[in-house]
Design a protein around this ligand. Structure first.
Ligand code: PFF
Length: 446
């Protein structure tokens, strides 16, 4: 016990606003820009967006609050958070899952972060717009060595931030970049909604047609709420462990959820008006932002400039999330092996970079790295996002809802809010998250 309180005194801390910026930085990422628009496009637009909001509020926020509260009361790494918060030995494995998952995610997430850095550069210098074969351009980029170089650059930036520590690195980085991101978003949104024919895109995104919704879209929306809030991945457990005792976690959860939602809204108001204005289908899958959008930017005045801004924005969003993904295993290594922060960052970044190389190559130079019709890259995404993430989320809800004696005190809610929260954690979230798990793992389909 004495040892534990000594440890928690030594532990690094966020400032109150720094924590909110860092958590928003983690949640706002490639998910909002790269995944959200095309899954919204595939699932019928506005009605899907509303469903996403419902999932965010009813399931996302309660789980978000649970993660922060468990993290703060355990004050350890994600691996030990359940046991430190009073869970028995059986919860150890659940903790390990919460460290392994972000590490695996980072290995392929950083590859896409690297693509965005490359695309920012080639938009500004005009190379992207030299010829109009954007699919060819993307194909030749990912089949060379360049993606690995950019993957390394993105990893180095991430490592450079995390090495400076919680308040000196992660907090400062987010405090500068998140407001910068807001400015870029607003500039691009104004550009997008004033394009000729933009209103069609706006109404696709904001005028709901509920007849297009299926049970499947509901599960996709819930899965995305998890991905987008960075839940089930040890991140908020880890960030929670750096939060001051006096901070209201309920307020923080609303601020983070609100920030993420606003960002998704603005992202939609950039992507849909732009694609509709240039006659591009918004449901093209993951290549939408690297192939379809450059075509749209090239057709608008000062397209190189706006395209460059767009990819810079994407790079910022990706890097602030990558930082949070790396902090989880770093915090674990410091606790478990007593490594210094520096040593943890260098070793883990290097291993993660090397681990990612086969995934990067599987999309280009080595298509042989494809198993059962899925490239290694897509397998990594599938296993982490579709299996480990909902499983991690399920464990959080079950722990907080049924096994955690300190929940009331740790969450610091009024008794009425506490009852609502507990109800969601016990009866609503686990059932829905379990259905998501069955669906994304392919066990049930509609
Ligand atoms: N929330 C971020 C995004 O939407 O891109 C990053 C992220 C972190 C995604 C953790 C998934 C995850 F498990």
């Amino acid at each position: 016990k004495g040892e534990q309180s000594l440890l928690s005194e030594k532990k690094e801390r966020f400032s109150s606003s720094g924590f909110i910026f860092a958590a928003i930085g983690s949640s706002v990422g490639l998910g909002n820009m790269w995944k959200f628009p095309y899954i919204t496009g595939e699932n019928g637009g506005a009605a899907f967006f509303l469903l996403f909001i419902v999932c965010l509020v009813l399931v996302g926020l309660p789980v978000l609050l649970a993660e922060l509260a468990i993290g703060r009361s355990g004050r350890g790494s994600a691996a030990t958070s359940f046991t430190r918060a009073g869970g028995g030995k059986g919860w150890k494995a659940a903790g390990i899952l919460q460290v392994l998952a972000p590490f695996l995610i980072l290995s392929f997430y950083i590859i896409v972060a690297g693509w965005t850095l490359n695309y920012a550069l080639i938009s500004f210098n005009g190379q992207l717009f030299n010829n109009s074969d954007y699919a060819g351009e993307f194909g030749s980029f990912i089949s060379g060595y360049a993606p690995i170089v950019w993957q390394g650059v993105a990893m180095l930036i991430t490592a450079g931030v995390v090495i400076l520590g919680v308040s000196g690195g992660i907090e400062k980085f987010n405090k500068v970049l998140i407001p910068g991101l807001v400015v870029l978003l607003i500039v691009l949104m104004i550009r997008a909604v004033t394009l000729p024919g933009a209103s069609e895109g706006v109404s696709f995104f904001l005028k709901p047609d509920f007849s297009v919704l299926t049970a499947e879209s509901a599960l996709v929306a819930l899965g995305h709420a998890f991905f987008s809030l960075s839940l089930g991945m040890g991140i908020l457990l880890t960030y929670g462990s750096y939060v001051d005792k006096r901070q209201s976690l309920g307020t923080a959860a609303f601020a983070i959820g609100g920030g993420d939602l606003l960002y998704a809204l603005i992202a939609g108001l950039i992507i849909f008006p732009t694609t509709f204005s240039f006659g591009i289908a918004p449901d093209q899958g993951p290549s939408l932002i690297f192939i379809a959008l450059p075509a749209a930017f090239s057709a608008m005045p000062f397209g190189g400039f706006f395209g460059g801004l767009f990819f810079i924005l994407l790079a910022i969003a990706a890097l602030t999330s990558a930082v949070s993904l790396l902090e989880v295993p770093v915090s674990f290594a410091m606790e478990r092996w007593n490594w210094s922060r520096q040593r943890s960052v260098w070793i883990l970044s290097l291993v993660c970079f090397l681990l990612g190389i086969p995934s990067a190559l599987s999309l280009g130079m080595f298509p042989e790295l494809t198993f059962g019709g899925k490239a290694l890259f897509d397998w990594m995404d599938f296993i982490t996002s579709n299996i480990m993430l909902p499983l991690g989320g399920l464990l959080i809800t079950v722990f907080a809802g049924y096994f955690w004696k300190g929940a009331a005190e740790a969450a610091g809610l009024t008794s009425r809010w506490f009852r609502i929260w507990l109800f969601m954690l016990r009866y609503v979230a686990p059932v829905l998250v379990f259905l998501v798990l069955l669906h994304t793992s392919g066990i049930i389909s509609f």
